[in-house]
Design a protein around this ligand. Structure first.
Ligand code: NAD
Length: 382
């Protein structure tokens, strides 16, 4: 079976689905690897390294003509979706719930779409395939570096002959995968780290990494299904906001990572909270996208400085800004998923398997994923 590695075409995307070190396991399983010319360029991986690792580097047309399976990071662009042909399989972070129409297009074209973001994350066997976690981890690390870079003072307590620098107070809002990595990274840089989440179980996790958990007087337990948070009620939101505003005003750096599956990210840093911050403070909003972000003032993809001197950074794709490191993790995730579906050198989709059932979105001209097909039904039909 021929497995192709596509070159990503989305603006700013510098990752690649496989790295040369990941090829050995795949070729040992009898797979032939094709790599689109320049696929690794954004991550500074020259084509020759893929060749040395046993792949064949081919031009775009040949990659799509020959590959049985195409591996990618992001969902295909409209034009890439058109090149995919009947019977071909595409695997990547396809965001089927955010773009169900693209899934319908792939189904109509007879393409089998398999999405890494649909793996059952609590299944221990699927942890090696968890690209959402591996990429959130990169994001949490990079967010702290961006904040430290934009902050005009030291993160650690520093005593020198020229005087003493006070340590920075850093607040991490949302203690999921990205938040935990951000806590660890800010701590290693010497900051005083505070953290807050609406799931009480995160307190112990944050404290074990050396963060001080911000305990609000208003008790909120918004633990939702599958370890995620649920959306807060209007009353909970108002109570949380009033207390959070006070905490935020005392911080030098705020990094926000809060998400609620299938919903707009919650606003945790209001314009009023930003107004309370000191000049020179920095906010990094990891949740920012076209849907909005955790900071009321953030503009996705931009860095702005407010009238009171607060820098608000709202990066849209942090993992792509550390492409080689992020791609190395991603390659392990996508290889593990693919190898789990390969039998005797060919793809064998067994729908009794939990991972296959959850991740295969389209097959034989149909959208087979229940949550995605629900989204595609005309309003009210469900
Ligand atoms: P996420 O990206 O969905 O959200 C990030 C964090 O934001 C979460 O911790 C969430 O509780 C928090 N949040 C949401 N609304 C908030 C609000 N109003 N105020 C403050 N915080 C808010 O989360 P994630 O990083 O994808 O992880 C979600 C959960 O999944 C975690 O419990 C994680 O441990 C779990 N997980 C489990 C596995 C596994 O079992 N193998 C793998 C990955 C993740």
């Amino acid at each position: 079976m021929k497995v192709g590695v596509a070159r990503e075409a989305a603006p700013g995307e510098r990752r690649v689905a496989l790295v040369p070190e990941a090829l050995g396991k795949l070729t040992a399983a009898g797979l032939e690897i094709l790599v689109e010319t320049g696929a690794g360029a954004g991550a500074q991986i020259p084509d020759e390294q893929f060749v040395e690792a046993g792949a064949k580097v081919v031009p775009t047309a040949e990659l799509y003509a020959q590959s049985d399976v195409v591996l990618r990071v992001q969902k295909p662009t409209e034009s890439e979706a058109k090149i995919l042909r009947k019977g071909q399989v595409v695997i990547g972070l396809l965001s089927p719930l955010l773009d169900p129409k693209l899934m319908q297009t792939l189904a109509d074209g007879g393409v089998t779409a398999i999405s890494l973001d649909a793996i059952p994350r609590t299944l221990s066997r699927a942890q090696t395939m968890d690209a959402l976690s591996s990429q959130a981890n990169v994001g949490g690390y990079k967010a702290v570096l961006l904040a430290a870079n934009a902050y005009g003072r030291y993160f650690p307590l520093l005593t020198t002959a020229a005087g003493t620098a006070k340590p920075a107070n850093v607040l991490i809002l949302g203690i999921g995968v990205a938040g935990l990595q951000a806590i660890g990274t800010a701590k290693r840089l010497g900051a005083i780290v505070h953290a807050y989440d609406v799931r009480p179980e995160t307190r112990e996790q944050a404290e074990s990494l050396g963060a001080k958990f911000v305990k609000l007087k208003t008790q909120i337990d918004a633990t939702g299904a599958g370890g995620y948070a649920r959306e807060l009620t209007a009353e909970e939101r108002a109570a949380q906001q009033a207390e959070l505003n006070e905490a935020i005003g005392n911080m030098d750096v705020v990094i926000t990572t809060a998400q609620v599956p299938g919903r707009k990210p919650p606003v945790l840093v209001t314009a009023e909270a930003v107004a309370r911050m000191k000049p020179g403070s920095v906010i990094v909003d990891m949740a920012a996208s076209a849907l909005g972000g955790n900071c009321e003032l953030s503009k996705a993809g931009e860095t702005i400085v407010t009238d009171n001197g607060v820098t608000i950074i709202a990066p849209e794709n942090l993992p792509a800004s550390m492409p080689a490191g992020a791609a190395a993790f991603y390659a392990r995730n996508i290889s593990a998923l693919l190898l789990g579906m390969v039998k005797d050198g060919t793809l064998n989709l067994d729908f009794e398997d939990e991972v296959t059932k959850a991740t295969v979105i389209t097959k034989d001209g149909q959208v087979v994923s229940e949550p995605v097909s629900k989204l595609l039904q005309p309003e009210g039909a469900a």
